[in-house]
Ligand binder design. Structure first.
Ligand code: DLL
Length: 433
């Protein structure tokens, strides 16, 4: 691999070297935040911590956590660590869970963020010979701007498509020979379906996809890879910590390398806040050690995952995180049972259904109800009513085995569930309304 955005001196650095960078940057960052962010300084004072107490990465656990509630309380400027005149960009969360959060960037912050995205593109095989088709949304959402910037840095010919207008997406993909597709996995699945329906597979030059921003299963990965004839790479990130590229997959496809020279990751018990060791499942917490304008310390992502430092065949030494296995806050509690939408998706895909489904939760006579609406394939749709009822029954028992509770299943006509161009809306929880 030879590309200036594959940085072996950084990406394959020894553990000692990574810890040395982290230590130096963390000490500096804590001082920067203490000096410029009164909101966080107050939180530190309440905990009786000063910057002098933070001398090592191991001291991180002394610092208070930040949560989305803090970001809402401090909205819009309360966590800003640089004068607005030094900031050049604002991005915002997609708002799938509650009020939007705004994040600020200096030019230096944008550069670092784009470097991280460039590393992800290079890890997916990107070079200056590629045509990088960016179908993440542009605008306040970080997906489009992040991958766009990374693609420029790699030197790819960048197609800033944004999402939507599938006909135009496919036309450009064919005419301009797109080789790398960047979008949400649900939009990739939709594009793959459209390519299949229109018989366009042979006209495509795609070789890789960089899909993230929402949960997707291994089965979904295999389906997209097969339908588009590509290798599909996961990419993770969140607006609060910069955007896409906080971590990314390499060719091993066994977890996402976290850019540890910029972000320190911890896993905590979401109930007690206690720091867990590598290999244990818990909530992911990030500390930004190089950002200037919006440097969050110990930010609780609510994403549940596991960190691993097993050596990776790709040679990268940065810690790997599993795909988020759900969120500690959008985990559904149905009849007292914890249910993750990803568990439902796994069952559906295992049973041969497309990843087009909706989960409806309600409360009837003080009791929770769960219904899963799933699209049939075109072949199933012409089956007899008796056969469809049988299929529904079989899904009910597979879901019961996975979740431990009864879920009503309704098979619906192909393409009847509204498609998403960004993040899919999978759960409709009417209990909250
Ligand atoms: O979704 C940033 C992004 C854009 C990541 C494009 C990857 C690609 P937010 O809108 O702030 O930022 O949402 C962040 O999305 O806390 C996760 O719950 C979820 N998420 C992001 N990437 C993944 C992924 C962008 N690869 C929230 N797998 C995060 C599962 C993901 N969930």
């Amino acid at each position: 691999m030879s590309h200036r955005y594959y940085q072996p001196e950084i990406e394959t650095a020894s553990r000692e070297q990574i810890l040395a960078w982290q230590k130096e940057r963390l000490v500096k960052q804590v001082r920067h935040v203490w000096d410029h962010v009164p909101y966080y300084r107050k939180k530190m004072e309440e905990k009786g911590v000063t910057p002098d107490d933070i001398q090592e990465v191991a001291d991180l656990c002394k610092l208070p956590f930040l949560t989305k509630d803090d970001l809402r309380e401090a909205y819009p400027y309360g966590l800003l660590a640089k004068p607005l005149t030094d900031c050049v960009r604002i991005q915002s969360t997609s708002g799938t869970t509650g009020k939007r959060v705004v994040a600020f960037y200096t030019q230096h912050d944008l550069d670092l963020w784009e470097d991280c995205c460039a590393r992800a593109i290079v890890a997916a095989g990107g070079t200056n010979e590629d045509v990088c088709h960016v179908s993440y949304g542009y605008g306040l959402f970080t997906g489009g701007p992040g991958l766009n910037g990374g693609s420029h840095k790699v030197g790819c010919l960048t197609l800033p498509m944004s999402s939507g207008n599938t006909d135009r997406q496919l036309q450009f993909m064919i005419d301009l020979g797109s080789t790398i597709l960047c979008c949400t996995p649900s939009y990739a699945a939709y594009l793959a379906e459209s390519v299949h329906d229109r018989g366009l597979r042979d006209k495509l030059k795609l070789k890789a996809g960089i899909f993230g921003a929402e949960a997707w299963s291994e089965e979904m990965r295999r389906n997209i890879e097969k339908q588009l004839g590509i290798k599909a790479y996961d990419i993770y990130g969140l607006t609060e910590i910069s955007g896409p590229g906080v971590s990314f997959e390499c060719e091993a496809q066994t977890g996402m390398h976290i850019n540890e020279d910029h972000f320190i990751a911890e896993i905590i018990d979401p109930n007690t806040g206690e720091v867990l060791s590598d290999g244990q499942k818990g909530e992911l917490v990030f500390t930004s050690i190089t950002k200037e304008a919006f440097p969050l310390l110990r930010y609780r992502t609510r994403d549940i995952c596991i960190l691993t430092r097993e050596p990776c065949p790709c040679g990268r030494t940065h810690v790997k995180m599993t795909k988020p296995m759900g969120r500690s806050d959008d985990m559904l509690i149905i009849k007292g049972v914890n249910v993750f939408p990803s568990q439902i998706e796994t069952v559906l895909l295992e049973q041969g259904y497309p990843a087009n489904y909706q989960i409806l939760v309600d409360r009837v006579n003080n009791s929770d109800t769960l219904e899963v609406q799933v699209e049939m394939t075109a072949e199933n749709f012409s089956d007899s009513l008796a056969r469809i009822t049988e299929m529904e029954k079989s899904l009910v028992s597979a879901l019961k085995a996975m979740l431990g509770i009864y879920a009503k299943v309704k098979l619906v006509a192909p393409k009847s569930i509204v498609r998403s161009e960004g993040k899919a809306v999978r759960v409709i929880d009417n209990r909250k309304i």
